[in-house]
Design a protein around this ligand. Sequence first.
Ligand SMILES: [Zn+2]
Length: 253
Amino acid sequence: MLTCTPSYALYLAESARNDGLNPRDFALSTVIIGAEPCTQPMREAIEAALDVTAVDIYGLSEIIGPGVSNECHEAQDGLHIWEDQFYPEVIDPATGEPLPEGEEGELVLTSLTKEALPIIRYRTGDLTTLNDEQCACRRTMVRMDNVTGRADDLLIVRGVNVYPSQIESVVLEFDDVLPHYRIDLEREGELDTIEITVELDEGFDGDRTTLENRIRERLQNVLTLSPDTLTLVDYGEIERTEVGKVKRVYDRR
Ligand SMILES: [Zn+2]
């Protein structure tokens, strides 16, 4: 068993290979990875490099650090929350109201057994979904999805709640659009305005107005949000990020 960050697991495997060792020969069966976001391709790379099952762990230092929930190696399908220790809820981050099971919202935790520093309905800021269906591993503790984003990311545009990730998933449905975009928010008088800029695939030679209308229609149907301006720009026109985190939202309200 090894517990570390995903990047460190890959670093260990690479270092071993550089020293002439085969990391797949190590007596390891399971790696618990945490503290960094881990995508499915990253997980598969760790499993292949070390010949292990890699499972995700979740926690936060305000509660106990890592160990609030953990994936099981049997299913690798959501993280079991230790409900004998923590009472989880998912709420609408805008209203604070609890959401029914299966709906995505902000994870709220209450500690049940901590004595010196109990935590009551602590808003984690992490967005997830709870799943109460019985797991293939037969454990009955509720599972949470991998954390998909932070509640702080929520944008309220003319009373409509929208996450940048929702806008991203709509615009990236279109084959002619690349995964480079930006969202600009301004306030004109009392009114919010939103501009979405998307980048076209290299060599796009279709009709821009038709594509623009299709994207607008999709945004309206899925998010009930119609941008004031939807700009399609040519390949390479949106600035790329080479260091640090990518910035896509420019909120100047
Ligand atoms: Zn399970």
